[in-house]
Design a protein around this ligand. Sequence first.
Ligand SMILES: Cc1ncc(COP(=O)(O)O)c(C=O)c1O
Length: 438
Amino acid sequence: MSENQSIKPITVKENNNHLSIGGCDLVELAEKYNTPLYVIDEATLRGISKSYKNAFKEYQNIRMMYACKALCTSAIIKILNEEGFGFDVVSAGEIYTVYKAGVDMKKVLFNGNNKSYREIELALECGVGRFSVDNFYEAGLLNNIASKKGKKADILLRITPGIECHTHDYIKTGQTDSKFGFDLSQIDDIVNLIKNDYKNLNLRGLHAHIGSQIFETQCYYDEIEILVKEIARIKNTHGILLNEMNIGGGLGVKYTEADNPPPVSVLAQAVTSAMHKYAIDIPIIYIEPGRSIISTAGVTLYKVGSSKVVPGGKRYVAVDGGMADNPRPSMYQAKYTAEVANKLNYKETEKVTLAGRYCESGDILIENIELPKLEAGDIICVYNTGAYNYSMASNYNRVEKPAMVLVNNSHSDIIVYRETLDDLISKDDIPDRLKKND
Ligand SMILES: Cc1ncc(COP(=O)(O)O)c(C=O)c1O
């Protein structure tokens, strides 16, 4: 079983009715660092990294790029750099984090549909290895800035292959309606521009990303067919040999028992067999997994506070976090699994709705979950929160963002400090004219 097929981190254990991860008792972690608290299990993170490496080991030309958007902190980047990953970045902030973590910037690929002048300048100055060029405007802008700096940018073209795949939903259409990338019908125009006008762009390959939380691999197979055929067509039509292909990220994880993601090895088989079937000169392949690398390694701890029963009998139990530290349930009805970290084997259970503490009725973390009878002070552990939780977190209601700790071998270290009240006002200012009456 590969790590993305487990709801819980691989080191999860039970100890006197308490949950532990990475050898650390979660109730003690909650006491020591306060709640809400993001906890990342290093063994699970390194485990899935090795699963990816093993699964693709037959394929020499694979370049694994962690999609930083899933979770980008200095320590996480350091670990994945050690594990041999490159990085897919989408902003100056992600570029800067990766750069400061000591990554060889040649192993970094800059994605995004509206890169700014400042971000492109920064990427060129840092020596980012590849730009995935998303649209005509960006191609011109990048060429311009590269020319001013006397540089040549190595690029892939982001294309929309007409495949959309999320979980088991898989659609293949002739046209696309995506904000990302060039439609297949626009490829000749952009290639002509690069060939004839954009002398500071060096076209290396094509890039596509077909979705997220993907449970079936046929869509990767079909994506590769489209990319390989497009590469062959560009060679025949324009005489340009492209040697690189980026198939994006998307492999799913198991948030609840209803989820059934394939192991990394099945993804690798689909990619390798499609390459052998369709590609004659096998190019370099990039993959950009985010969620499947970091999600399972992460859990969030919350403390139970108030509760109420509404007419009809439904019981709401509120925790000290919610939509600002994990916007996924309120944004797209994402489902999670949770346990009570201090009441593991308690027999008496009840069905409750775990509500967040934020001022929105939609701030519900988990609807109708069966848990041991809850009291104020209990510690709830929500599983599989490593991806798209902290990276999407906000300060809604002017609440400080939680801390994050890394656990391993019974050790815990802070990797992101809890925000303070002073942090919250540190970027505020008051115009002098409002101060004069003080
Ligand atoms: C271009 C691109 N690559 C990679 C990813 C990572 O996807 P996932 O986290 O599903 O693996 C995304 C996610 O949106 C993306 O847009």
